[in-house]
Write a protein of this length. Sequence first.
Length: 154
Amino acid sequence: MKSLITLAALAATTVFAFAEAPAKDMKGHDAMAVQTITQLEQDWAVAIAKADIATIEKIAAPEWMISDPDGVLSSRAKSDEELKTGVYKCEAFKIDEMKVSVVGHTAIVFGLETEKSTYNGKDSSGQYRYTDVFVKRDKAWVAVATHVSKVAKS
């Protein structure tokens, strides 16, 4: 009986030890993912200010969509075109704060940015809250969705 209890305790300890290992590994992977996505967000901000479509196309998946402050849903192709043609011009784009949450192969970014910009020739400068959704594909993180809301002036 004593050996059965010892065996059961040993088995339980082994199960808990192996169950704990993936959690620690996943947290390490999460930290790496947070670092990678944080850098992608910074690169994206610079690319927007420079109208660098090539960089944007590396960060945002072809099916990426944005819901803008007016509630308009636009494709990456439309957003890229607006940036290329100057419909949307961004002189400065600064990320003020960012929180990245990773769940498996999905990451959600909650951020706040300030930009100096125009849209259709009208000043669109201000501070914006945004949410970006990234997914991991073929060992790379790509953005698939963005939602943006303008922060009301106080």
